[in-house]
Design a protein around this ligand. Structure first.
Ligand SMILES: *Cc1c(COP(=O)(O)O)cnc(C)c1O
Length: 382
C-alpha cells in the first residue's frame, strides 16, 4: 500500500489532492454547507429541474407504484414499459429512429464506443474530450488520434494522413465543452466525416435541455440530426435527473442491446428515475424557451464580467473567467465563499498550465439580484 500513500502525498505536495466535502443539503442554485446557505454556481442543474414540481411529482408517483430498485438488468426482469416510453420520447426529442438508455453518461460512453470500434479502427477525438469518451476509446483498443480543440483544419490534416490506415473510423466530440463553455463546429465536422468516410459521435451532455428550440441539443438546433450517426446525451445535467441516452438508428440500438457490455451487465435504472427523466423532457417540450432564456441571461452575465475587466469566455450557460495562476483562482473562490457564493476554481491539470479559472455554471434558478450580487462581490479585475 506504500504506493497509494506516496500517490496521495505527491498530490498533496502539488496541491492537487481532491477531497470530498459533504453538504447539508441542496436545491436548484443553492447549497447548504455547515448550516449556511450559498448561492451555487457549480452545479449542472442548469434548468433547476431537479426540484421542478412536475418532475418531483412524477418521481413520487413512480416510487409509490414501483418501489425503489428495478430489480434486474433490462435483459432480465428489469425492463419496464416506462423505460421504453423514455426511449421513445428521447428518439422524438432527438429526431432519430430510436434511442437506448444507460445508467450514466460515463457508462454510456465507455459502453457504446467499445461496441462500435475495435483494434483495427481509429478514433479521431477532440483533444478536450471528456474522460469517459477517452476511456471508452481505451477500452475499445482502437487507435486514439486527438485533434486540436475545435479545430476542423487539424482534424482534416489528421484524417488525410491517417484515415486510410484503418478499417473504420469514428470522429468524437462534445457539442458543448464544460471547461471552456464553447461549442463544437458541428457542421464542419459532419462535412469532414462524410468526406473521409467516418462516423460521428457527439456527446451532448451539457447541451441537452439548453440548446435547440425545446432543449433538443446542438445537433438538432443545427438541423444535423439526420447526419450524425451517434448522438449521446445525459439526463443528469440540465434535465435534473440521472442516466444517459444514445440516440441513433433502430439497427444501432438493436445492436447495442446485444453488444454494449455496460448495457447488458448492469441493473436497469429504477422507474423512479425514469419517470423523473420523462417528466423533465415533458417540461422541455411544454415550456420551450427555457434554454434560450438561460443562454440570454448567461450572455448578459458574461458581458457584465467583461465590462468589469474579467477575461470571461464561452458562448453558453458555462461562463469561465481565466485568472492565470492557481493560487489566485483559489483566493478568489475563497473570497466569494466568504460572501456566500460557491464558485469553483478549476486548475491544472484539468486546464492548461497558467490558465486556472473560476467557472460559473448558470442556472434558470439564479435570480437577477443573485447575479448582480456575485458581480459586486467579485469586483473589478485588477
Ligand atoms: C458529465 C459528462 C458525462 C458523464 O455523465 P454522467 O451522467 O454524469 O455520468 C459524459 N460526458 C460529458 C461531456 C459530460 O460532461
Amino acid at each position: 500500500m506504500d504506493e497509494l500513500t506516496r500517490f496521495l502525498e505527491q498530490r498533496e505536495g502539488q496541491q492537487t489532492r481532491r477531497r470530498l466535502a459533504p453538504l447539508d443539503g441542496r436545491a436548484p442554485a443553492c447549497v447548504v454547507l455547515d448550516g449556511r446557505d450559498f448561492v451555487d454556481f457549480s452545479s449542472n442543474d442548469y434548468l433547476g429541474l431537479s426540484g421542478h414540481p412536475a418532475v418531483v411529482a412524477a418521481a413520487q408517483d413512480a416510487l409509490t407504484r414501483y418501489g425503489v430498485g428495478a430489480g434486474a438488468s433490462r435483459l432480465m426482469s428489469g425492463d419496464l414499459a416506462i423505460h421504453h416510453a423514455l426511449e421513445d420520447a428521447v428518439a422524438t426529442f432527438k429526431e432519430t429512429e430510436a434511442a437506448l438508455v444507460f445508467t450514466s453518461g460515463f457508462q454510456a460512453n465507455t459502453s457504446v464506443i467499445p461496441a462500435l470500434v475495435d483494434r483495427h479502427d481509429a478514433v479521431f477525438a477532440d483533444a478536450l474530450s471528456h474522460a469517459s469518451l477517452l476511456d471508452g476509446v481505451q477500452l475499445s483498443r482502437a487507435k486514439l488520434i486527438r485533434f486540436r480543440h475545435n479545430d476542423p483544419d487539424d482534424l482534416a490534416a489528421l484524417l488525410k494522413k491517417h484515415r486510410n490506415q484503418y478499417r473504420r473510423a469514428l470522429v468524437v466530440t462534445e457539442s458543448v465543452f464544460s471547461m471552456d463553455g464553447d461549442c463544437a463546429p458541428l457542421r464542419q465536422l459532419v462535412e469532414l466525416k462524410d468526406r473521409y468516410e467516418c462516423r460521428l459521435y457527439v456527446d451532448e451532455a451539457h447541451a441537452t435541455g439548453v440548446f435547440g428550440s425545446h432543449g433538443q441539443g446542438c445537433v438538432g438546433e443545427e438541423g444535423l440530426a439526420g447526419r450524425v450517426e451517434f448522438i449521446m446525451g445525459t439526463f443528469s445535467k440540465a434535465l435534473g435527473g440521472l442516466g444517459a441516452y444514445l440516440a441513433s438508428s433502430r439497427l444501432v440500438v438493436d445492436y447495442l442491446v446485444n453488444a454494449a457490455r455496460g448495457f447488458i451487465y448492469t441493473t436497469a435504472l429504477p422507474p423512479v428515475i425514469i419517470a423523473a427523466n420523462l417528466a423533465a423532457l415533458r417540461v422541455c417540450r411544454e415550456e420551450p424557451g427555457l434554454g434560450a432564456a438561460l443562454l440570454a441571461k448567461s450572455a448578459r452575465f458574461r458581458e457584465a464580467l467583461r465590462e468589469r475587466g474579467w477575461d470571461a469566455r464561452g458562448v453558453c450557460q458555462i461562463v469561465p473567467i481565466v485568472i492565470g495562476e492557481s493560487v489566485r483562482a483559489l483566493e478568489l473562490s475563497a473570497a466569494l465563499a466568504e460572501t456566500g457564493f460557491r464558485v469553483m476554481a478549476v486548475r491544472p491539470p484539468t486546464v492548461p498550465e497558467g490558465a486556472a479559472r473560476l467557472r460559473f455554471s448558470l442556472s434558470a434558478a439564479h435570480t437577477d439580484p443573485q447575479l448582480q450580487a456575485v458581480l459586486e462581490a467579485l469586483g473589478d479585475f485588477s
